[in-house]
Design a protein around this ligand. Structure first.
Ligand SMILES: Nc1ncnc2c1ncn2[C@@H]1O[C@H](COP(=O)(O)OP(=O)(O)OP(=O)(O)O)[C@@H](O)[C@H]1O
Length: 336
């Protein structure tokens, strides 16, 4: 515990007057509770700490575990609440549904207690799993950057101060404090892809020399590259299609300038235009790449051909690349 520099670790929390710690009762977030309290104790002035545990209603023991966190928080003098997920529990994709519900409950609770930051205890091991998971799913640079240490979500900031710390350091923190953390059996259930990664793939990679720590460092490098690429993309957009962009109207960029952009930047520019004009959120990277190949194949050809993606119609015109709202379906479904 002595090697952890608490001031450096928690400096991002200091920008806030009230922060909400997300504590499942597992070793990582129990250590978050212990270390944040230790850090706060040493400050004359710092944020007020609050904690919350979500009971997803998925395991019998969950309520009791949440109450154990409540007792520990009380001992530490940190106000704690148990938040219950009583919405519909789907049978497929339960882990993702539970995660979405958890963040929604925590965000709404943060709002109700006036906290502007939500703090989770994701570690470098979680980061390694996330990166591998995304690599398998075919992510690009932005996805391979893993979880951000700090992210703005609407009115509050999501902070992950432990992203460079290994789980072992946090387990050791709990042990040194004599606090027993909860072991969630779903973390070891081979029905879940993450559990299989943790149990099989990560140890095999470590045996070949790619440790979880190495993967987390890789994610940090990808984040650096992604931030640089984001900046270049913003500059390119500013140059070829200055904002504000009209709503519901076509956007046009100079065709030759667009085609002359480095491919990664052209893809990002295209992604932004499609997302703004379309109504289906961000387009998948693989589909954007296919659209880009189609655009370059259209150079030198004439005719009004266009392609649609994520609710946007894309057309290469004589002087411009046009991105417009996709025409409504020709045969709309009856509304009654
Ligand atoms: N039920 C929960 N209630 C509150 N916060 C949670 C809950 N589950 C997860 N979190 C937050 O999200 C982080 C990452 O979740 P994850 O599922 O990876 O961890 P965990 O297995 O619950 O165990 P740990 O507490 O050791 O991280 C946790 O560290 C914690 O900050």
């Amino acid at each position: 515990m002595a090697e952890i520099d608490l001031h450096r670790l928690f400096q991002s929390l200091n920008q806030h007057h009230r922060v909400l710690l997300a504590v499942s009762g597992g070793p990582d977030s129990t250590a978050l509770l212990l270390l944040a309290r230790l850090w706060r104790e040493e400050l004359d002035d710092g944020p007020d700490l609050f904690a919350a545990t979500v009971d997803h209603g998925l395991r019998r023991a969950a309520r009791e575990e949440a109450e154990m966190v409540a007792h520990l928080s009380e001992r530490l003098g940190i106000p704690h609440d148990i938040l219950t997920w009583d919405g519909e529990h789907p049978t497929a994709g339960i882990q993702e549904a539970a995660r979405n519900a958890r963040y929604a409950l925590l965000a709404s609770h943060a709002g109700s207690i006036g906290a502007t930051a939500l703090v989770t205890a994701h570690t470098s091991d979680d980061q390694a799993e996330t990166v591998l998971f995304r690599l398998i799913r075919g992510s690009g640079i932005a996805g391979l950057a893993g979880m951000a240490p700090e992210r703005q979500i609407g009115a509050f900031t999501l902070l992950r101060p432990f992203l460079s710390l290994p789980k072992t350091a946090l387990v050791a923190t709990c042990e040194a404090a004599g606090v027993e953390a909860i072991r969630d059996p779903s973390n070891f259930d081979p029905r879940y892809a993450r559990a299989r990664l943790r149990a099989e793939l990560l140890p095999s990679l470590a045996a070949e020399g790619l440790s979880a720590d190495g993967l987390a460092r890789f994610a940090a490098r990808m984040r650096r590259a992604d931030l640089a690429l984001q900046r270049v993309t913003e500059d390119a957009l500013e140059q070829i299609c200055p904002q504000p962009w009209p709503e519901g109207a076509p956007l046009r960029v100079d065709r030759d300038v667009f085609l002359d952009l480095p491919e990664e930047i052209a893809l990002r520019v295209l992604a932004r235009l499609v997302e703004h004009v379309g109504d289906e959120g961000p387009a998948e990277l693989g589909k954007l790449e296919a659209l880009m190949r189609w655009i370059t194949s259209r150079v030198g050809q004439s005719g009004p051909a266009g392609r649609t993606l994520a609710g946007a119609l894309v057309r290469l015109e004589r002087d411009s690349l046009m991105v417009a709202p996709a025409p409504a379906r020709r045969f709309p479904l009856p509304t009654t």
